[in-house]
Design a protein around this ligand. Structure first.
Ligand SMILES: [Zn+2]
Length: 129
């Protein structure tokens, strides 16, 4: 991958990262306002939970989404690090180049499409075991 293309992808990653971080911050506020922040250092867990269960469900939904976002943020950070150390675009599993089309669609991926499908199969097997 040439430097200009990588620069473009880096910009995309950085924009995506900023976007996700603001979403995560927003959701953290929402979760706190619902009052089921499990990390509440005052230990007031549940103090503000309304009697109707919908707030709890909403908080759980937000927690799940923000966990997904955190996970994605980790992948973006790792991709930015690989750009720094010059290993970006190389599959972490087999060491072959990751297709440029794949990187353009998902700039944060760490594996080529073959390894990704193997990893997903392994994860599915473990999940089913
Ligand atoms: Zn691979």
């Amino acid at each position: 991958m040439n430097a200009r293309k990588q620069q473009k992808l880096r910009k995309q990653l950085e924009e995506r990262k900023a976007d996700i971080e603001s979403n995560v911050a927003y959701m953290a506020d929402e979760i706190r306002s619902i009052g089921v922040d499990q990390d509440d250092e005052n230990g007031s867990l549940g103090n503000h939970i309304a009697d109707d269960g919908s707030n709890v469900t909403e908080a759980e939904r937000l927690v799940t989404i923000s966990e997904d976002f955190q996970n994605l943020l980790g992948q973006i950070d790792a991709a930015l690090e690989r750009m720094e150390d010059g290993t970006y675009g190389t599959c972490l599993r087999c060491g072959k180049p990751i297709g440029e089309e794949r990187l353009e669609a998902f700039p944060y991926v760490a594996y080529c499409i073959e390894c990704q499908s193997i990893i997903e199969r392994e994860q599915a097997l473990r999940a089913g075991a």
